[in-house]
Design a protein around this ligand. Structure first.
Ligand SMILES: [Zn+2]
Ligand SMILES: [Zn+2]
Length: 339
């Protein structure tokens, strides 16, 4: 389903011949989910090159590989029939940023659901029956037993949340820590559950009372002291995050991915309170693999699948995007091909 610009319905295109490069993998999509950035793009609130196949959260099955074959993040060979999720980003693995552990900032970065169709074929986004994964994509094999609604958001929301919590855990052991999360979207809820499983006491702040209540199912409770770690996942509470963190604490900013008013920084307060401020954008292949392992393990205690409140046919993508943007929308709307 090709998006040609704001105010236009998606156009269906057929892609009769797919030429796989040596390291490519062709995946048949089982389910994709609509992320907030897809909604922002179709609303014209976020620049995107067109024509474009949107979507970067999905789970699918390998149906073909290039002549050289492909491997997963853990180094095992992919086979036809493997059920997989894959990274938003495509990285070279050789540039200075890739070799310094920042593949998501590769000098020649590609991104599924964000790049104009053409240069790398037409199957470049998740709102499609198939996606052509290029060499440099982090691919993770996923268990058959997990529902698609749990797995599809892994490659954006869950992996990003994992990266944010892992960043905080670099500064302090989360076992026994007090963690505040701003924003009960799927990144915030996922971060809450991940931090809670690492032994933290977690609270989730959100203006929406229904989402606050839902956060209780993801391990959220109330803090009785200033948070050692604040994860700002809403984009709207940066000042509160910086003001609220305890002396010596860490603030992880992960929600500021959409345009917002700049926030004045009280540098003296940051200095005197020994505060660390870190930015997290996307994630590494290891983060994605660990996020999937979490969903397949201790994450089963949390209702991740319930985040997908509606599942629509891929052919109804325009209506599904409207639904996902409406007040009171579910955290995710799923799209499935072939209906
Ligand atoms: Zn996303
Ligand atoms: Zn690179």
């Amino acid at each position: 389903m090709v998006w040609i610009g704001e105010g236009h319905p998606h156009e269906t295109i057929a892609v009769p011949g797919v030429a796989l490069a040596d390291g490519d993998v062709l995946v048949a999509v089982e389910m994709s989910t609509i992320c907030g950035s897809d909604v922002h793009t179709v609303q014209g609130r976020r620049h995107a090159p067109t024509p474009l196949v949107l979507g970067h959260e999905s789970v699918g099955r390998v149906i073909a590989t290039g002549d050289a074959g492909a491997t997963t993040v853990d180094g095992t060979s992919l086979r036809i029939g493997d059920r997989v999720v894959w990274s938003v980003t495509v990285s070279c693995a050789h540039c200075d940023r890739c070799t310094q552990g920042m593949p998501q900032k590769c000098r020649t970065l590609g991104k599924y659901g964000h790049d104009r169709v053409g240069a790398h074929g037409d199957l470049t986004g998740a709102f499609a029956s198939h996606v052509q994964l290029r060499e440099g994509t982090a691919i993770v094999r996923v268990p058959e037993a997990l529902p698609a609604s749990v797995l599809a958001p892994a490659s954006c929301a869950t992996a990003t949340a994992w990266a944010a919590v892992a960043r905080a855990a670099r500064d302090r052991d989360l076992d026994g820590a007090a963690v505040r999360v701003h924003g009960a979207g799927l990144v915030g809820l996922s971060a809450a559950a991940i931090a809670a499983e690492q032994g933290a006491t977690v609270e989730v702040l959100d203006p929406n009372v229904d989402r606050r209540a839902f956060a209780g199912l993801f391990g959220a409770t109330a803090l009785d002291r200033d948070p050692d770690v604040v994860i700002e996942a809403s984009g709207h509470a940066v000042r509160q995050a910086l003001d609220g963190v305890a002396v010596g604490g860490t603030v992880v900013l992960v929600g500021s991915v959409f345009p917002a008013e700049p926030v004045p920084l009280d540098a003296e307060s940051i200095v005197r309170r020994l505060v660390t401020v870190a930015g997290i954008h996307n994630y590494t292949g290891t983060d994605l693999a660990e996020a999937v392992a979490f969903l397949a393990g201790r994450g089963r205690a949390y209702p991740f699948g319930d985040a997908v409140g509606a599942v629509r046919s891929l052919l109804d993508v325009d209506a599904a995007l409207v639904e996902a943007a409406a007040p009171g929308a579910p955290l995710r709307v799923g799209l499935v091909p072939g209906h």
